[in-house]
Design a protein around this ligand. Structure first.
Ligand code: FAD
Length: 149
């Protein structure tokens, strides 16, 4: 309890009780199909990624937004909600983007786990390069926020 209070700098006062510490592996997973037999997967049910850049929720929000848009579009053109062409459009629009983000996070994970000095040096040069080029930095930030994808 003392260690926990110290770790969060006493911001919540003294911790008086905590449960047993549990751990679970952080695994990247991706469903082959997002849509099957009238069942639609969104969010972590469809994909889970390493949380190092805090992208999991954004991907889920984008899934939900695109699914809502496609269902709405389907209704407008007189299709059933579960029409495979309606749900298929959702899968096509989201799968590639989710996969791209998953690959990127996996790449970052390996890059930041790398201990070899030349790789660390190159990584730091690259990161400060991106930090200094505002067009690239803003573009990446907009993508990370789910504003452009
Ligand atoms: C350690 C860690 C840190 C993270 N940090 C970030 C971060 O900083 N930023 C970020 O964007 N993302 C982060 N994520 C990822 C983020 O938590 C997930 O992407 C997000 O919570 C997924 O939302 P979801 O609604 O799809 O699924 P979940 O949040 O998993 O919600 C699913 C819900 O369904 C319920 N449920 C499951 N089975 C059943 C059932 N049979 N019947 C009824 N209910 C059921 C569960 O109890 C749960 O409440 C992190 C993940 C981890 C593990």
């Amino acid at each position: 309890m003392y260690e926990l209070t110290k770790a969060i700098e006493g911001r919540l006062g003294n911790i008086e009780w905590c449960d047993k510490r549990l751990t679970f592996p952080l695994r990247q997973r991706h469903s082959v199909d997002y849509v099957k037999n009238n069942v639609v997967l969104i969010g972590d049910a469809a994909h889970s990624i390493h949380p190092l850049a805090g992208q999991g929720v954004n991907l889920g929000f984008l899934d939900a937004a695109v699914l809502a848009r496609e269902l709405h579009h389907g209704i407008e053109v007189g299709r059933e909600l579960a029409d495979p062409s309606v749900l298929g459009r959702y899968q096509r629009k989201r799968k590639g983007h989710n996969l791209g983000m998953m690959w990127l996070m996996e790449g970052f994970k390996h890059l930041f786990a790398e201990q070899a000095l030349p790789i660390r040096w190159l990584r730091n040069i690259g990161m400060s390069g991106v930090d200094n080029i505002s067009v690239v930095k803003n573009n990446l930030a907009r993508r990370a926020m789910g504003l452009d994808w």
